[in-house]
Design a protein around this ligand. Sequence first.
Ligand code: GLA
Length: 396
Amino acid sequence: MNAPHRVDPVDVHAVAKPAEALFRSTFGGTADGVWAAPGRVNLIGEHVDYAGGLVLPFALPYMTVVAVRVREDGILHAVSTHTDESWRGSLADVAPGHPAGWAAYVAGVVWALHRSGHVSAGIGFDVAVHSTVPVGSGLSSSAALECAFALAVADLAGLPTDAAGRQPLVAASIRAENEIAGASTGGMDQSVAMFARPGHALLLDCRDGATRHVPLDFESAGARLVVIDTNAPHRLVDGQYGNRRATIEKACADLGVTTLRDVVDADAAVAALSSPAAARTRHVLTEIRRVTEVARLLDRGRIADVGDALTRSHASLRDDYEVSSVELDAAVDAALEAGAWGARMTGGGFGGSAIALVPADRVDAVVEGVVHRAASASLPTPQFLSAEPSGSAHRL
Ligand code: GLA
C-alpha cells in the first residue's frame, strides 16, 4: 500500500501506554487494570441487524484501550487522549442525553449494568481512554469504547467474563448507545467486539443471538481486504439511521411479522408495501440472502468468489436503502475499476468507510485508483487500513 495514506495498526501494549500515562497524570497512581476492545468492519449484512437478520463482521487490529480504577463514591471521571472534553459527574445522575458527547458511552455502560442488576449503586470509576480506531469513520469506535469499559467494569465487579458472562455486557453496551447516547444502533458492533476470533468472521444471527465463527484467511487465498476510510464524516445520531430503522419497523407492522426475517415470501412482501418501504424491505431481504451465500462460500474457502456478493450489496445499499454517499460510491467504483473482486460500503453509511476485496497483487493499484478518483472529484483524501480478522475485547 502507498505509505502516505496508510494507517498501520499498533501493538496493543503500545496502545496501552498513552492511556496509562494519561491515567497517571490525571488521577495519580496506577490504574487497577487496562482493557482493550477492537473496532470492526462488516464483511456483509448491512442494515439488517435491527431487522433480525444475519451479519458477518470481523474485528480489526485497531482498538480502544481503557485504564480504569474503582472509586467508592459513585463518581465517574473520564478523560481521553483524543479530546480535552472530559466528564466528571455522579453516576446516579446519568439519564438519556446526560452526559452528552463521548462520555455517554462510558457512563451509559455503568448505568445499564446497574439497571440490569449487575453492579450496585455507589460504585464509581476513574477512566483514561486511548484509541487507534479512527473516530467517525464507521469502524465502531463507540462500540469499542463501550465494550472495553464494560469488560473492565465486569472484571472489577467480579462478574464472569466468559462467553456467557459477556452477553449482559453486550446488552449493557447496546443500551448505553441506544438510551444514553441516543443512537438507535442495532447491536452488531458490540457483539463482534465481544465475540470476535482472530482469523474468523462472526456469523451472528440477530434474531436469536446465535453465533458461529467462519474462517476468513485472506492471506492464504492470495487476497487482501482493503479498508477505505473516505474521511467523509459519518454520524449515526443525525436522524437518517433512525429513519431507516423506523421504516423497517413500520413495514413489519404492515406485513404482520415481528421482524423482516420472518417474511416467507419476499416478492409478495415487497409488492404489498408502498414506496420507499418496498425498496427498503427489498434491501433487507436480499441482503440477508447474500450473507448466507457469502458464509457458504467462505465455509468452502472460496474467498475470491464472495466479491460479487459484496458489490451487489453495495448496489442495494445505494439504490434501495439509500445510505451510501458520493465518497463511498466513488471509492467502490474506483476499487472495482482497478481490479478489486468486489467492494461495498461498510457500517451505517452516509460517509465513513468502504471495503474492497482485492487480489494481493492489485492492492497498490486499488489504493492509487481510489486516491486518484477522490482527488479528481475534489473529495477528501481517503486513508487505508489493514484488515486482518482480529480478536475480541480482553484484559491486558
Ligand atoms: C451501524 C450500527 C449497526 C448496524 C450498521 C449497519 O454500524 O451501529 O448496529 O446497524 O450500522 O449495518
